[in-house]
Design a binder for this molecule. Sequence first.
Ligand SMILES: Cc1ncc(COP(=O)(O)O)c(C=O)c1O
Length: 391
Amino acid sequence: MTTWNKRTKAVHAGTRRSQYNEVSEAIFLTQGFVYDTAEDAQARFVKAGPDEFIYARYGNPTTAMFEDRIAAIEGAEDAFATASGMAAVSGALMAVLKAGDHVVSARALFGSCLYVLEEVLTRYGVEVTFVDGTDLDQWRAALRPDTKVAFFESISNPALEVADIAGIAALAHAQGALVMVDNVFATPVYSRAFELGADVVIYSATKHIDGQGRALAGVILGSKAFIRGTVEPYMKHTGGSMSPFTAWMLVKGLEHMDLRVRAQAASALHIASALEGHPKLTRVIYPGLPSHPQHDLCVAQMGVGGTVLAIDTGSQEASFRMLNALGIFLISNNLGDAKSIATPPASTTHQRLPADQKAHLGITPGLIRLSVGLEDADDLLADLKQALDQA
Ligand SMILES: Cc1ncc(COP(=O)(O)O)c(C=O)c1O
C-alpha cells in the first residue's frame, strides 16, 4: 500500500472486512464490544491489541477505517477522528499545552479557532502571541525557547492569506516548538504539509472530506507517538470522538474526494479569472490568480489555488443585494460542499470580531466568500454575473 498513489489509497486504505467479506465498508454502529471472559476484559483494558476495541469513545472499527485511510492519504503515521473540526483544533491544542506555556499563532484565523486561542487557552494560563501569518520576520520575533506550539491556517479563512509552511516550520523547530497546521483550505488532495515540516495537521472533515454537507467531523494527524500518546488519552476521556456513522460517511466520501476537489478547484480558477476586473467588484481574492500576493508560494505548496475564492462588492448593502439575487449559490456558511455556497463573513462567521480587527484581517463589509461546488462552472459564473448586475 505504501507505493500506492493518493487516489488508490483513498479507495482502499484502511479497509477492515468482517467475516462476510463485504465490498463496501461495513458500518459498526456499536458503542461497546463483548469480551469472552472476565480475563479477556481485564487484558483488553490493560492493553488493547490491533483491532481490539473497548468503547466507541476510545475507538471503533469503522472509525479506525477512516483514521487509517485519511492517514494513508495524508502521509501521516496515524490519525485521531473527532466529532468536529473544532474538536480537532481545540483537542490538539489542549492535549499538548499546560499553564505557563507559550503559543505563537497567525491572527488571520476562522472565528472559532481565534476564540479558542484568544479566549479559552489564555483562561488556563497559556500565553498566546498573535502575528501576521504571512510575515516570517514576525514569526521569528515572536517565537521563543519556551514556545510550545506554532499554530496557523495554511490558507486563512476567509481572506485567503497563504502561510509559508516550510519557512514557519524552520523557525519554530529552531525553538523546539511543535508546528500545527489547520489545513482545511489546502484539502488532503493538495496537501504537502508534513513534507514541508508540519508536525500536526488538522482538518475540519465537515468540509471537503465529507464534501456533501452531511456530517460534522474533524481529524488530527501526526506521528504515532503524538496521536496515541498525547491526543488519544485527551480525546477519549474528554469526549470529542467521532461517531461510527459519521466515520462511515467519510470513508465513502474519501473514495471520490480527489475527483470532487480537483473539479471544484478548476471551476474556482475559471470563476476567479472571469470575475477579476469586474466593474462591480473592488477585489477578487484567489491564491490561484497571479494577482494574489502569495500566488507563487501557493503554487509551490499546493500546485493550485484551491476551491474557495473571495470577492469584495464594496459595501454590505451591495453584498446583501448580490447574495439575495443568487439563484444557484446558496447563502450558507459551510465550504468544500458539492453545492456552491456564498458566505458574507463580516456578518456571519466573523461577526463577533470588533470592527478594527475585521478591518485588520481584510474582512470588509462587502466581502463574500465563495465555496465553489460541483455544478457546471459556466452556470455558476452566469449566476454570479447576473447577481452582480443587481448589486
Ligand atoms: C479553517 C477552519 N478550521 C476549523 C473549522 C471548524 O470546523 P467544524 O465546523 O467542523 O468544527 C472551520 C470551519 O469552517 C474552518 O474553516
